[in-house]
Each structure stands twice: as structure tokens, then as C-alpha cells.
Design a protein around this ligand. Structure first.
Ligand code: GAL
Length: 380
């Protein structure tokens, strides 16, 4: 049992190396990238130790059953996350594929709750849940608690009251994820650090539009708030919101919103903030179609560091993005799940940092994420 805890600590340390500057915070990435080549070796060693540790609890990894539900499969970022999660659980930790059940929540909480009830009926050892509505966490946690099944929540963070309840009542639940305030702050800083601080016409006010994700999601709320907060605080300029509209993390919606806004507000728009890269890529299509030029007469930032977005950043076609480290998040979630399955206690929160992505480090980030996403597509 003790071995188990030690392994988790080691794993988190190696995760920090993997996520570049992640655990040190900030955007200094260069020095940590050097570790990249030895990282995968460290990671598989860490996974091996996880397996050994499970064995030490009298449980064989081959017997662990995991139920995973993703809020919807049709989401660019969560697809990267899901593939890495399943890959790590099966290939690195060694859980048989047939014991890792992955369901598509189809953006429908009722459907997802059914899936959770099925996981409970099939007596999985642990569930990894990306809730459709994070407000369902108390109900879902109670269902799982009653069945004696631990839960690892990912991506959509339950509220603080719920997380405190796990700690206070000794409930086997945890949240693995990043603090969305940090990603918003990085977006605002990326604009404030430009020579003109985003104030293209020099009138002392940065005029922007905000393309939001699903507003129920704390990531959307915090990114919206903290991007503008960081911009005004760091630049000393004023900011004026011309438009805020929900694009639900979706590229086509992002494109439509930006297209309409560019028609309505024209050159008044100096910055387009997007809560994620999928919407930013859509908005970028609209910017190009409108004949505007990023870096000259408009700026645009996203979050996630999707390969296409990072490529655009490295070529100066997008101002910046923020690496939402799906690799570290997926691996930390998998390790937490295996710890729970081995009967260990797990912290109620396992944080993973974001990394700022600008032209300066875009190539490094691209290389890191391509290592994972260029592998042959698996039928997960
Ligand atoms: C965010 C991510 C979005 C979307 C969302 C789903 O963290 O930036 O692209 O995947 O999660 O909850």
C-alpha cells in the first residue's frame, strides 16, 4: 500500500517534466523540453511501477475494470484527451482493452447518467467521468458512493462546495484538471505583451469580441473573465466588449459568429478572444475571408493548442494559444483511477498547469503534441 503512494508522487513528478513548464508555472518552456526525449522512457517506467504497485495491493491490473464517459465524442480537444487516456490505461498500465469501457455522453446528461448506472450495474472498479453538466456531480457522486465505486472527474470541474464535501466526508472522488483562470490569464497576457498591447488604433481602448464555449462550463466562464482582466491589468489600457456570443466550443459556430461580427463591427474589432482553438480556427477562416490580416489589423487567441492552431501561431497567422495539456491530464487521471482501484486514497484535486503558446515556443509545443497525435488512429 505504501509503495502505491510513492509511485503516485513519482508519477506526478514525471508528469511535470512531460508538460514542459507546467509544474513550474509560467511560460518558460525551453529548458524543460530538453527532457522530452527521456520523458517517454520515464513515463513507461512510471506506468510499470503503477502496475507493480497495484499488484502489491493484491489486485492484478488485468482485473481492473474502468468505466469512462466523455461528455461527447464530437469534440476536438476531448478526442485527443480520450485517445491518450485509453492508450495510457491499456498500453502503458496494462489494463486489458475489453476492461476499459468508453461511452459517448452525446451531450445529454440523462443519457450519461444511464451509462453511469450501467457501469455501476457491471461493477466497474472505478469510473472516469467527463460530465455533460458539472452541476450533476453531487448526484453522480452519491450514486457512485452508494455503490462503493470511486470517481475521477475530468475536464469539467465540479464546484468548490462539492469538492470540499469529498474531503470532509471521506468520499473517494477526485478532480483532475487545469485551472481555467490560468488559461484566461495567459490569453490576456499574450495580447498585453504585444508591442501595441492590442490597441491597434492607439485610442487607449482595446475593442474585442468574445466567442464563448458552453457557458455552463467553468472553463468558458473563467477564460472569458480572466482574459480581459489580465489584458487590462497588464496593459493599463481599457477594454471594450463589442460582442459576446456562445459558440459551444464548435468550429463552425466560431466561424459564423466571427463572420457576422466582422460584418457588423468591421475595423473596430481589434482582438478576437476565443475560449478554445476550434472556435478560433473557425474565426480565423472568417478573418481571412474578410481580408483582415492577423498581426497587422487584428489579433486572435484561443486555448487548447490543437496542432492546426499551433501551426498557425508558429507562422504568425494566429496571435497565440494556450496548451491545455491533455497528455498530463489523461495520464494523471489514469493513475488516480488505478490508485483508487488499488484501494488507495487520492487527493481531492490533482492540478495540471497550462502553458502559454506564442510564436517563440510554438514549434516545441507542436513537436510534443505531434508525438502523441501522429500515432496511428486507434479504434477507441
Ligand atoms: C475545454 C477545452 C474545450 C472543450 C471543453 C469541453 O477545456 O478547452 O476545447 O473541449 O473543455 O468541456
Amino acid at each position: 500500500m505504501r509503495l502505491f503512494k510513492k509511485v503516485l508522487a513519482v508519477s506526478v513528478a514525471s508528469m511535470c517534466a512531460l508538460s514542459l513548464a507546467a509544474c513550474g508555472g509560467g511560460s518558460k518552456t525551453a529548458e524543460t523540453t530538453a527532457a522530452a526525449s527521456s520523458e517517454s522512457k520515464d513515463e513507461s517506467k512510471a506506468a510499470e511501477s503503477v502496475s507493480e504497485a497495484v499488484a502489491a495491493t493484491g489486485k492484478d491490473v488485468k482485473d481492473i475494470k474502468v468505466g469512462i464517459s466523455i461528455y461527447k465524442f464530437d469534440d476536438n480537444f476531448m478526442t485527443l484527451y480520450r485517445n491518450e487516456l485509453v492508450r495510457y490505461l491499456t498500453e502503458d498500465i496494462g489494463i486489458p482493452k475489453e476492461n476499459v469501457m468508453v461511452q459517448d455522453g452525446k451531450n445529454d446528461q440523462a443519457e450519461q447518467t444511464n451509462q453511469i448506472n450501467n457501469f455501476i450495474a457491471t461493477k466497474v472498479d472505478v469510473m472516469i467521468l467527463n460530465l455533460v453538466q458539472s452541476s450533476s456531480a453531487p448526484t453522480v457522486t452519491d450514486l457512485a458512493k452508494e455503490a462503493g465505486i470511486p470517481v475521477v472527474y475530468i475536464n469539467r470541474e465540479p464546484d468548490e462546495a462539492e469538492e470540499s464535501r469529498w474531503a470532509a466526508d471521506g468520499i473517494s472522488a477526485t478532480y483532475v484538471g487545469a485551472d481555467a483562470r490560468q488559461s484566461g490569464t495567459f490569453q490576456g497576457e499574450e495580447i498585453a505583451e504585444l508591442e501595441n498591447k492590442g490597441d491597434i488604433n492607439g485610442d487607449g481602448t482595446v475593442k474585442y469580441i468574445m466567442i464563448q464555449g458552453d457557458p455552463e462550463n467553468i472553463d468558458a466562464q473563467y477564460r472569458t473573465e480572466y482574459s480581459v482582466k489580465a489584458l487590462t491589468e497588464k496593459s493599463g489600457l481599457k477594454a471594450e466588449q463589442l460582442l459576446i456570443q456562445r459558440g459551444d466550443w464548435d468550429q463552425a459556430k466560431g466561424q459564423q459568429i466571427a463572420q457576422d461580427a466582422l460584418t457588423q463591427y468591421g475595423n473596430d474589432i481589434e482582438v478576437i478572444f476565443c475560449n478554445n482553438d476550434a472556435m478560433a480556427l473557425g474565426a480565423l477562416q472568417a478573418i481571412n475571408a474578410a481580408g483582415r490580416k492577423v498581426g497587422e489589423d487584428i489579433y486572435i487567441v484561443g486555448v487548447d493548442a490543437l496542432a492546426e492552431a499551433v501551426q498557425n501561431v508558429s507562422e504568425g497567422k494566429m496571435t497565440g494559444t494556450v496548451f491545455n495539456d491533455f497528455i498530463s491530464q489523461a495520464q494523471a487521471a489514469a493513475k488516480a483511477a488505478v490508485s483508487f482501484a488499488g484501494g488507495e486514497k487520492v487527493d481531492t484535486k490533482i492540478p495540471v498547469d497550462y502553458v502559454k503558446v506564442t510564436k517563440d515556443n510554438a514549434a516545441e509545443i507542436l513537436e510534443l503534441s505531434l508525438i502523441h497525435i501522429s500515432e496511428p488512429t486507434r479504434p477507441y
